[in-house]
Design a protein around this ligand. Structure first.
Ligand code: ADP
Length: 259
């Protein structure tokens, strides 16, 4: 180690710099760790569908079975899943970078959510799902990276549609915190819900409740992980309450922008 000469009047300044450097290096270390785990998980996720497709193709080449359309369709399904994984992977890497570069601007949450709901209208209409939006009378200013928050809400809202039966109901409610420092967005569905013992796990990477059932909903289990990281990058929180069979409510809480 080195012994540095520190002039007395500069000590405070140096301490501040040292603190900032330490903080930055622990952020980098955390990101590095996260990347490593991500790569391990990804390898694990890719291996299974790849080896299934591989062995099916081998069997075809060896003439073990005939080229039935059904078999080809299964392989195509596996390949689509691989493609989605890679796309989600790109998204999660972007979200990762977001922690260091949020392009924040001040805006009101109400028009933003109206815009997102408009964007998603087709997926709700597809299942004949009724959507309501409840907003406070007061302004709802937040400091956000618009594209990234849109990604969060698109994610939560499309999940609400995905895991609901046709003719379901989705209620979006914007609520100002009692103390006046936060604002929450609750997205409530009356869909299939999440079993109590799985609730803690759904924000984990690649986690999906009952994989065989979720398979046809076309996700890869990264959506909520990305949403959580993006919300936390905004110094917010995301949580869920759910009852299996009667529905789920996802809540995002963000700091209110000062007026
Ligand atoms: P994906 O939707 O791609 O499967 P997510 O990370 O968005 O991945 O969600 C992870 C899992 O959490 C889903 O597979 C599903 O089992 C569960 N889930 C998420 N949102 C809901 C919801 N609104 N209702 C019921 N289950 C949900």
């Amino acid at each position: 180690s080195m012994l540095l000469y520190m002039p007395e009047q500069g000590t405070q300044e140096l301490k501040k710099i040292a603190h900032a450097v330490n903080h930055l290096s622990s952020l980098l270390a955390e990101q590095e760790r996260w990347r490593q785990i991500l790569m391990e998980d990804l390898g694990h996720e890719l291996r299974t569908p790849l080896s299934i497709v591989g062995s099916q193709l081998e069997a075809l080449v060896d003439g073990v079975f005939d080229l039935e359309p059904e078999r080809l369709r299964t392989m195509l399904d596996d390949i689509s899943r691989l493609t989605r994984l890679v796309q989600d992977m790109e998204k999660i890497l972007q979200a990762d970078g977001a922690i260091f570069e949020l392009l924040q601007e001040r805006m009101d949450l109400v028009p933003l959510l109206k815009q997102v709901l408009y964007l998603l209208q087709p997926i709700f209409e597809d299942k004949d799902i009724q959507v309501t939006l409840t907003t406070p009378k007061k302004p709802c200013p937040v400091l956000i990276d618009v594209d990234k928050m849109i990604q969060v809400f698109v994610n939560l809202l499309s999940n609400a549609a995905k895991f609901s039966e046709p003719k379901g109901k989705v209620n979006v409610c914007i609520e100002l915190g009692v103390v006046g420092e936060t604002i929450s967005i609750h997205i409530q569905d009356n869909g299939i819900g999440i079993p109590q013992n799985e609730i803690d796990k759904i924000f984990e990477r690649f986690y999906r409740v009952d994989r065989s059932r979720s398979r046809d909903t076309g996700g890869s289990g990264l959506g909520l992980t990305i949403a959580k990281r993006l919300v936390e990058a905004h110094k917010g929180t995301i949580s869920v309450r759910s009852q299996e069979g009667s529905g789920s409510t996802f809540s995002v809480t963000l700091p209110l922008a000062r007026t």
